[in-house]
Design a protein around this ligand. Structure first.
Ligand SMILES: CCCCC/C=C/CC(=O)SCCNC(=O)CCNC(=O)[C@H](O)C(C)(C)COP(=O)(O)OP(=O)(O)OC[C@H]1O[C@@H](n2cnc3c(N)ncnc32)[C@H](O)[C@@H]1OP(=O)(O)O
Length: 329
């Protein structure tokens, strides 16, 4: 699944053949990924504020931070491929070939070689999980549980795995006020975590970079967690945990050097995907069934505690601090 130089060159040619203009936002993403894949992290001086076009290009490239060249190349190929399929809706999917699901705003979902890959796709926001993404992840998991793949992989696009809950989720207050907001959030979170508890096939997290908050706390519900050694910020209990430390604590299955992360993990996943799918599903069912009821009970309890905590001054201050930092208040 790792894009070769040849795949990259093909994708560059494919861009020129796109029948419809993909729009400025996508063109900026393509530009940034191309620069990162070919030159590495942004090395240009920041253009002046009135140089609007170059400033937008610079911002897009700079946002990719220290994303490795190979990952940028892969993301470029994935993006072009998703554009080709979404802009050419007449194209037929042949059995056994790579299938990409469109209809997601915040995810990229592909199915190939018996593996469904769900990629969190808000790299400019460090893959923060907004309300739409919560719903789309649940939808993608439900679809993956019924498709013909053997295993499902969750990963992130860009330099982060995920920065956790999108803190702007807390700013959209319904007419019923903050209490109603907290209640709705608890219902959503319970359903979201419930989908991971109930997921019937082997579920694997490829933690490609730093992971924060909810993206870390659900890792225990995966069947395997492979982390790049760039995943140095698994923020648990307010403490930064390296991928190696998370592995020592049992939260991560295995850590790989970032330079070989994609290659090594995909080789392993492709081998897993060749194992008998029913045997894997039944093994998981036997193991999970013993603890499912308890997991759902703990989930319900945690959501009810969180519903109260979201209304606390401590929580509101933490969110306000982050949001005011952003707007330089
Ligand atoms: C339904 C509700 C359920 C709730 C379930 C509860 C979950 C618990 C949690 O998950 S709490 C964890 C929340 N996450 C955080 O507190 C992390 C907040 N983000 C950061 O601290 C930093 O952004 C960072 C360390 C992840 C990255 O820092 P860096 O300086 O490298 O990058 P920026 O801060 O400039 O980020 C780039 C843009 O991304 C936006 N962004 C990043 N994370 C979030 C986020 N969690 N929520 C909202 N927005 C986020 C950031 O604002 C920048 O956007 P901008 O370019 O438009 O300014």
């Amino acid at each position: 699944m790792r894009a070769s130089q040849k795949d990259f060159e093909n994708a560059m040619n494919q861009v020129k053949l796109l029948k419809k203009d993909p729009g400025n936002e996508v063109k900026l993403k393509l530009y940034a990924l191309y620069k990162q894949a070919t030159e590495g992290p942004c090395n240009m001086p920041k253009p002046g504020v009135f140089d609007l076009i170059n400033k937008a290009k610079w911002d897009a490239w700079n946002t990719l931070g220290s994303l490795p060249k190979e990952t940028a190349r892969q993301n470029y190929v994935d993006l072009v491929s998703s554009l080709s399929s979404s802009l050419e809706s007449s194209s037929q999917v042949e059995p056994g070939t790579d299938r990409k699901s469109t209809g997601y705003e915040t995810l990229m979902v592909t199915s190939e070689d018996g593996i469904t890959k769900i990629t969190l796709n808000r790299p400019a926001k460090k893959n923060a999980i907004n309300i739409e993404m919560y719903h789309e992840i649940m939808r993608a998991l439900k679809a993956a549980s019924k498709d013909d793949s053997s295993i499902t992989v969750l990963t992130g696009n860009g330099d982060y795995y995920s920065s956790g809950n999108d803190l702007t989720n807390f700013t959209d207050i319904p007419p019923g006020g903050v209490e109603e907001k907290a209640k709705n959030s608890a219902i959503l979170l319970r359903e979201f975590v419930g989908c991971f508890i109930d997921f019937p096939k082997p579920l694997i997290a490829m933690v490609n970079g730093p992971a924060v908050g909810i993206s870390v706390t659900i890792l225990g519900l995966f069947d395997a967690v492979y982390a790049s050694d760039r995943a140095t910020e698994m923020l648990v209990f307010g403490k930064k945990l390296t991928a190696g430390e998370a592995c020592a604590q049992g939260l991560v299955t295995e850590v790989f050097p970032d330079s070989t992360f994609q290659k090594e993990v995909w080789t392993r996943l492709k081998a897993f995907a060749k194992l008998p799918p029913n045997a894997m599903r039944i093994s998981k069912e036997v193991i999970r069934n013993r603890e499912k009821e308890k997991l759902h009970a703990v989930n319900a309890e945690e959501c009810s505690v969180l519903q109260e905590r979201w209304l606390s001054d401590e929580c509101m201050n933490a969110v306000m601090n982050f949001l005011s930092r952003k707007s330089n208040l």
